[in-house]
Design a protein around this ligand. Structure first.
Ligand SMILES: [Zn+2]
Length: 302
């Protein structure tokens, strides 16, 4: 088996049970994992130099002090923190860093980082939208530091990954491709923001499988092939599912399976590894089904 899940129980210690982004999400997402013969690896803490290449040092320090001295609280109206949040967020970023290392050393073909808090809204100097540190951005910087020439990020979360786009829009070695509901939180992600290394494919509320099949079967496949990356990083947010309570897209289980399959097939075609990192997804039962679909596909492709 050349796939693995990276997970640690520490990811459950950042929690607010009344908030949609709570620890139960991860438990449901991983419920089906024992059905598959996929090894689970423990992450290690993120390297400070890599984290500092993504986020401002004073922001990292603000997060640390808030969690150590002022917990619990909120960084913005959506984004809570508790006494463990700093440590949990370091480990979430560290899981993605470690996944990239394992993939680029050739030990694995695919990795799923089952992490919380999510990352794609986190800006260089600001927590936002349930996100503290930008996990996928840490993975991209790590990949470049290990000699990757080009990194392709694909983000299928229902929300636009403003943080990821902003961190890399002036970095031609990193390509950001995103499908997301638009107009919608966080307000970014229109086609006007597209440039040579940013491709936003906004979707109206109510968009379902057919449009997503076009976006992943055609637009994504063409973009990733022509960029010719050394690794694909996936912001895997499952709130595009029709049962999600926060977003208004209408993607079914089979639509999600199609997207995962396209991403895995593109990695196979280009003979490059692929890392998934959990972002959103707030219906527990849909998360369980999406987890099963994802793990089955990872096992099939490994
Ligand atoms: Zn989302």
């Amino acid at each position: 088996m050349r796939t693995a899940v990276i997970y640690d129980d520490i990811f459950l210690k950042h929690d607010l049970p009344t908030h949609p982004e709570n620890a139960l999400r991860l438990k449901y997402f991983l419920k089906s994992l024992p059905e598959f013969n996929i090894p689970v690896l423990k992450p290690k803490n993120v390297s400070y130099d890599i984290l500092r290449a993504v986020h401002f040092e004073n922001y990292i320090e603000d997060v640390r002090i808030s969690c150590r001295e002022n917990a619990p609280g909120f960084f913005d109206p959506d984004t809570y923190y508790g006494e463990y949040t700093f440590d949990v967020a370091l480990m979430a970023a560290g899981a993605v860093e470690m996944g990239v290392e394992l993939l680029l050393s050739g030990k694995l073909r695919s990795v799923f980082c089952a992490v919380r808090p999510p990352g794609h809204h986190a800006e260089k100097g600001r927590a936002m939208g349930f996100c503290i540190f930008n996990n996928v951005a840490v993975g991209a910087v790590k990949a470049l530091s290990l000699g990757a020439q080009r990194v392709f990020i694909v983000d299928f979360d229902a929300h636009h990954g403003n943080g990821t786009q902003h961190i890399f829009e002036n970095t031609p070695e990193v390509f950001y491709f995103s499908t997301h509901q638009y107009p919608f939180y966080p307000g970014t992600g229109s086609t006007k923001e597209n440039r040579s290394n940013v491709l936003n494919v906004p979707m109206k509320e109510g968009t379902g499988d057919a449009e997503f099949q076009k976006a992943y079967g055609e637009t994504y496949r063409k973009a990733v092939k022509s960029f010719s990356p050394d690794i694909i990083l996936v912001s895997a947010g499952y709130d595009l599912h029709r049962d999600d309570p926060l977003a208004g897209l209408e993607v079914t289980d089979s639509g999600i399976e199609y997207i995962i399959t396209q991403i895995l097939e593109s990695a196979e075609e280009l003979k490059i590894p692929v890392l998934f990192s959990l972002e959103g997804g707030y219906n527990l039962y849909a998360l369980e089904r999406c987890g099963r679909i994802t793990f089955r596909k990872l096992a099939e492709f490994s």
